[in-house]
Structure formats: C-alpha cells, structure tokens
Design a protein around this ligand. Structure first.
Ligand SMILES: [Zn+2]
Ligand SMILES: [Zn+2]
Length: 380
C-alpha cells in the first residue's frame, strides 16, 4: 500500500529545532555560555507553554474537567500556541478520538500499538488522517467557545508572535537577541515538544497499570516529573473527566496544583473529581484479576482462589458501607444539623466503618501478596 504523503513543514520544524537544540545550543553553551536571565527565561517558558498544553488544551478543553475565567483561557491559548502543537480545536479533536479509540490502529491518531516512534512523532510526519483533517464534529462544544475560535482563526499569527515575538523582546531587553532566541525560543520549543510527545508514546509503554489493563496507558512517577504531571496516564485514561492525573497529594502533578491553586482566587471553578469509591474499587478489581491469573498457574490454587473471592466481596461490601456513611456525613454537614443525635450516632458508625475498612484492606493486601509466595500458601 502506498504511504500517505510526507508533511514537509512538520518534518522541517522537527529537524531544524532538533539540530539547533542538540548541536548548536550545546556548542554556544560551551563556547560563549548563556547568562542566568536566558536560563531562567527558558525554564519559565518551558513551564508556561508546556502547562498551557496540559492544563489548557488537555484538561480544560479536551476533557472539560473544570471551568476557567476568560483571562485564564486567553493566556492558556497563547501559551498553547507557543508550544506549536496546532490549534486547541484541532488538538482536542485528535485527543478525544485518541481516548475513544485508544490503541486502535485505524482510528486512534497516535495509537501506541504502532510502536514508540509512530506514537511519539511518526504520526505527524505523514498525512495519515487526511479524511478527517478539518472534521471537528466531536468538538461542537468548543466551537461555541470564543477563545478557542479566536485562537483557531488567528493561529498562525498568535503562534509566530509567541514563538518569535516573546524571545526577541526578552533578548532585546537583555541585550542579546540571538542568545535568547536560541535558548528560550528554539531549545525551549524542542524540550516542550518531546516531553509532551512522551505522553502519547512512553506513557503508553512504560509503567504500571493499577486501574485498568484494558488499554495501554501507564502510571509512571518518573514520567510525571517530566510531563507536568501527565505521567499518571493509566488513571487518566479510565477517569478522564477528573482534573487530576496524580490523585495522591504527594504525586507530582503541577498541572493539578495550578488548576486548584487558581480556584482559590476564583479564576477556575467546578473542578471535577471522580468519586473516591469508584477509584478504590477499580484498583481492587485489578488486584483481584492479577492474583487470580497468578493462582490459576499454581497447582492447588482452588482453596486460595475461593478465599480471595470471599475476601474481595467482603472488602467491596465494607467499601460501599463506608462511602455511603461518608456521603451521608457530607450531606448532614451541608445542612448543618449541629448536635443532633443522628449526627453523633452516624459519626460513631462512620469511625467504626473506617477502622473496619482499613483492617479489611490490610488483610486483602496481605492475601494478594501471599499469592506470589507459593510456599506460604501451602502452609496456610
Ligand atoms: Zn486525555
Ligand atoms: Zn493516552
């Protein structure tokens, strides 16, 4: 079969920015050096344009995980254009298809099933999606967003001003236009390109799958560090409407921190979170599935299999009770029924359920670990 035509502009952009970043920038760094202002500008713009993609293109527009003030939207639209990844409308359309048809080599625009190279950059080097290039029917909501349409119509001028205008202006203020253009312009663009491309490639190849194995997406702490928090991609693919990707407080997700930080000053609102109960249950289902597969390969696994199933059911039951009580407390708190007998009784019950659940979880995890130690299973 004939391959689709090459996209020469894209190829030229990736080659030129790659050549300058990997050869020219190191050469200049060694011979002339860059001053601290150039280095700071580069880092700040990496975060600005990178997080305009993650907080803006991805979590705000593609998935609608929160609402943002128009000023925030304009800033994210400019930062996103600076990252040179096409308009919000185009990017979101591709991305929604990626989620809907993940790993499907025909439909997923950057299917990880086609390997690292294709999902990282190869999909942008040829006209693979010509039949639906300007089909934005899956983004009708975004077509009503004034900021999205303004950016889409003036994409070229916004992109050029952000990529050249900003570094040139900073360089002029710093008395060295070329130095700033090289580091905060080209090198910055190269870095942001590849770290965001890793979300389509590495985040579908390297890491663990705690929530689902129905698609190739992975959770990876190292990757999260380099991708502004988007390395928790296994969680993201199953709970895509959650504004967080790293759900634990310690998981490195600066995009989540930015979105929630802005909510304290009223610039973002209606931050969506998936109910904790659903997240916990997804994890336990995966643990059960893994342990069952493991037991199936053991000689006398029937008894353990039975025990595992029973404990799983008890755990799910305890979880349901606990989260129902938690929900009830939230409702009562909202209605502010202070000092009511019901509330005291419920609080007591809630604490009891919490302890029960914790004990059952501990038991469950131990049992799942046992499954991997065949000798221990025999002794039990
Ligand atoms: Zn997504
Ligand atoms: Zn993905």
């Amino acid at each position: 079969m004939k391959k689709p035509r090459l996209l020469l502009v894209n190829i030229a952009v990736f080659l030129i920015t790659g050549f300058i970043s990997l050869l020219v920038v190191p050469y200049v760094a060694l011979t002339q050096g860059f001053d601290s202002l150039e280095i700071v500008a580069c880092i700040v713009l990496i975060y600005f344009s990178g997080m305009s993609i993650t907080a803006g293109y991805h979590r705000l527009w593609s998935h609608k995980t929160y609402d943002a003030n128009p000023v925030v939207k304009v800033i994210l639209a400019i930062g996103g254009a600076m990252a040179l990844q096409n308009s919000i409308l185009h990017w979101s359309s591709d991305h929604r298809i990626h989620h809907k048809h993940v790993d499907d080599n025909e439909s997923d625009p950057y299917s990880a099933n086609k390997g690292f190279w294709y999902s990282h950059i190869g999909w942008m080097l040829r006209e693979y999606q010509v039949h639906r290039y300007s089909d934005y029917s899956n983004c009708r909501d975004l077509q009503k967003d004034k900021v999205v349409m303004w950016q889409h119509r003036h994409y070229l001028s916004i992109m050029l001003s952000a990529n050249f205008g900003v570094p040139v202006l900073l360089g002029w203020l710093n008395d060295d236009i070329w130095g700033m253009l090289l580091l905060a312009g080209v090198f910055r663009l190269f870095v942001v390109h590849h770290v965001t491309f890793f979300i389509n490639s590495l985040a579908h190849i390297w890491g663990r799958q705690p929530y689902t194995d129905k698609n190739s997406a992975r959770d990876n702490d190292i990757l999260a560090f380099f991708t502004f928090g988007e390395g928790y991609h296994n969680f993201h693919h199953i709970f895509e409407y959650d504004y967080r990707n790293g759900i634990r407080w310690w998981q490195f997700d600066p995009t989540k921190w930015l979105i929630s930080g802005l909510s304290y000053i009223g610039l973002t609102k209606n931050l969506r979170r998936c109910p904790e109960e659903r997240i916990e249950k997804a994890r336990v289902v995966m643990q059960l599935q893994r342990s069952k597969t493991r037991i199936a390969s053991l000689a006398h696994g029937e008894e353990v299999m039975q025990k595992l199933q029973t404990e799983y059911e008890v755990l799910v039951q305890k979880m349901t009770e606990y989260y129902a009580a938690k929900k009830r407390i939230m409702e009562i708190k909202k209605r502010d029924l202070q000092r009511s007998y019901d509330k005291l009784e419920l609080l007591h019950r809630y604490k009891e359920l919490k302890v029960n659940l914790a004990l059952q979880k501990e038991k469950w995890l131990k049992l799942n670990q046992l499954v991997y130690l065949p000798s221990l299973i025999e002794e039990n």
